[in-house]
Design a protein around this ligand. Structure first.
Ligand SMILES: *Cc1c(COP(=O)(O)O)cnc(C)c1O
Length: 302
């Protein structure tokens, strides 16, 4: 598997009447081009974790995810590429004949799947729960759900090096906030980092990110109105936006993360919430494999 960062990461500048009218430069940093399944921010969050796993002699990665998780399939594929084994602790039980495309791919990449009840899964951050799995898999390095740890943030900070010095605003879709915090830490203070949470509960994230960032107050905000009903929820309007965006720019967006960010950005631009003259870089964090669950609604191949 070639994960050749420098070569594949480019910026696609969007040309469009509204951007011209409002005097906004808007580019997409194409992390989706890194690899078909190890796409986008997941690779950045994983690479520092894997470096530590290998340095400390671990031969196996153990992590968590739901049945459509981008993080899970990225972990499975990366582990294999580095000659490591992998185990996924999965939220909920799934019959073998009824697996999601994501879980099937995980098995194909050699990941062992262990199904946890939703109750058990909630303990994913519990110290004793984790110690039990560490004992059961002594050779394993445990990565939290979504790659949400210090190493994940350090890895994500490296995304900043692909962002032009002339950017004034960087837009990022927000799940756990790991990528957002990493990028904030990696950029110069004068750049505004504008996050788009994809689930309800932006206030909680606001506090979490405040705890993580050092210093906490520098030039960032969350736009919490673009969750479209919650995590992995969508409306006909969002689907229509994805299809129209593809028709205009030949760029695919995923419905869980990047579509919500781009919809939000256009809405803010339309409402004059972005200063004329802004140079915005939006991070296309990938995640296109997740579109397989809504394939029937999309007007492009996935
Ligand atoms: C996981 C993911 C995110 C969110 O990243 P966090 O670091 O959890 O905030 C954004 N975009 C895509 C495509 C993802 O898969």
């Amino acid at each position: 598997m070639a994960i050749d960062l420098q070569e594949k990461i480019t910026v696609s500048y969007l040309e469009e009447e509204i951007l011209f009218q409002k005097n906004i430069r808007l580019g997409l940093l194409r992390l989706d081009r890194i690899h078909p399944v190890v796409s986008g921010n997941k690779w950045f969050k994983l690479k520092e974790n894997i470096r530590i796993a290998i340095r400390t002699g671990k031969r196996h990665l153990l992590t968590f995810g739901g049945s459509h998780s981008n993080h899970l399939i990225a972990t499975a594929a990366t582990a294999r590429a580095y000659g490591l084994g992998s185990t996924g602790l999965i939220r909920g039980f799934h019959a073998r004949e009824n697996l999601s495309p994501t879980l099937k791919d995980c098995l194909d990449e050699g990941m062992e799947l262990i199904y946890l009840s939703r109750e058990e899964y909630k303990q994913k951050q519990n110290v004793e729960f984790l110690a039990r799995y560490q004992q059961q898999f002594p050779e394993s390095y445990i990565i939290p759900e979504g790659g949400n740890n210090d190493s994940g943030r350090i890895g994500a900070a490296a995304i900043a090096q692909f962002i032009s010095d002339s950017a004034s605003i960087v837009a990022v879709p927000v799940g756990t906030g790991t990528t957002f915090s990493g990028i904030r830490n990696g950029l110069a203070p004068h750049v505004t980092v504008s996050g788009f949470p994809v689930m309800k509960g932006g206030t909680y994230l606001q506090e979490e990110i405040n705890k993580i960032l050092h210093p906490p107050a520098v030039n960032w905000l969350l736009n919490s109105d673009y969750h479209f009903g919650g995590f992995a929820r969508y409306t006909p309007e969002l689907i229509d936006f994805i299809n129209r965006f593809y028709a205009r720019h030949s760029i695919k967006l995923d419905f869980v993360y990047t579509a919500k960010m781009m919809y939000g950005l256009y809405d803010l631009i339309q409402k004059d919430k972005m200063l004329a003259g802004s140079h915005i870089i939006a991070i296309h964090t990938g995640g296109l494999q997740g579109n397989r669950s809504i394939r029937h609604l999309l007007e492009f191949e996935i």
